[in-house]
Design a binder for this molecule. Structure first.
Ligand code: FE
Ligand code: FE
Ligand code: ZN
Length: 294
């Protein structure tokens, strides 16, 4: 299993992120190149990158499994707000350059919010924006994330994702990131994950899945809320999440936890242990407290 979590990309950049992932017992990780809520970004430090790659090698981590997540304030869906739309495109172009320097090959992007636009137009705008983002040749792929359907979010069904992908010119540079919390909130029962994969394969192609966000959900099936819960502490439940984590067809796809921190501490070390043992731990809060208050 290729498993990791969201980690910080702080002062030590890729090196700090790698160290943190190792401390969680992970063999991959996901990072934002700055704060997820804004687009302020620092230059990449090559020295730190070199050291990080060395540390990854020593720990059997492959940079090809590492995921970068674009900030969620960019919006490719609404072209009416022209300046913001162009800014989003430029930001993604620069993000691709940044991660290229790190050797990272996958950037997860939220498709965007239609706002007052109709969905069809919004989906077209997303494809148009992505075609521009992918203009220059690169090894970096964009992975469109499946969304919960909160507000005017695009990409909440196989059909919407398919519609975006269909209009992309460079097909080999585009893929999909499945988020189990978002799928559940959009109305997909994770207990029927095999049926979902079959439909996905027929309409999009299973080989397009480049990342899985493994999260439980605080809300009921189809709630369209998008609030993540710790594994087994939400409405999806541990067994269903285990079936996704150990799905044979998706064996080589990196799984990333984006579950909430507990009392200001990351829960990932214990959650990764739970996944490896396939055993739910009902004392997550206590064990995290014990682990980090030492
Ligand atoms: Fe996301
Ligand atoms: Fe996600
Ligand atoms: Zn989410």
């Amino acid at each position: 299993m290729i498993i990791g979590s969201h980690v910080n990309f702080g002062k030590e950049q890729l090196l700090g992120a790698t160290k943190q992932a190792i401390s969680f017992g992970a063999n991959t990780f996901m990072f934002y190149t700055g704060a997820p809520q804004n687009t302020v970004r620092k230059d990449i430090d090559d020295r730190l990158t070199k050291e990080a790659i060395q540390l990854m090698k020593e720990n059997n981590m492959d940079i090809k499994d590492v995921i970068c997540h674009a900030p969620y304030i960019i919006n490719l869906a609404n072209k009416e707000k022209e300046e913001a739309w162009h800014f989003s495109i430029d930001f993604l172009k620069r993000e691709i350059k940044r991660v290229e320097a790190l050797g990272v090959t996958k950037v997860v992007v939220h498709p965007g919010n239609a706002l007052k636009l109709d969905k069809e137009k919004a989906l077209k705008n997303i494809s148009e924006a992505l075609n521009e983002v992918l203009e220059k040749e690169s090894q970096v792929k964009i992975l469109i994330e499946t969304m919960a359907g909160k507000g005017s979010e695009c990409g909440q069904s196989i059909e919407e994702i398919q519609s975006i992908l269909k209009q992309i010119e460079k097909k080999d540079r585009i893929g999909v990131c499945l988020d189990t919390c978002h799928l559940h909130d959009s109305g997909i029962d994770i207990g029927q994950f095999e049926a979902y994969l079959k439909a996905f394969d027929e309409q999009i192609g299973i080989e397009k899945i480049g990342c899985i966000h493994l999260n439980d959900s605080k809300n009921i099936l189809g709630s369209k809320k998008d609030r993540h819960a710790n594994l087994g502490y939400g409405m999806v439940g541990f067994e269903k999440l285990i079936s996704v984590a150990y799905n044979e067809t998706l064996k080589n796809v990196p799984k990333i936890l984006e579950t909430p921190w507990i009392n200001e501490y990351p829960p990932y070390k214990i959650e990764i242990e739970m996944l490896k043992k396939k055993e739910f731990n009902p004392h997550l809060e206590d064990e995290i407290k014990f682990l980090y208050s030492k």
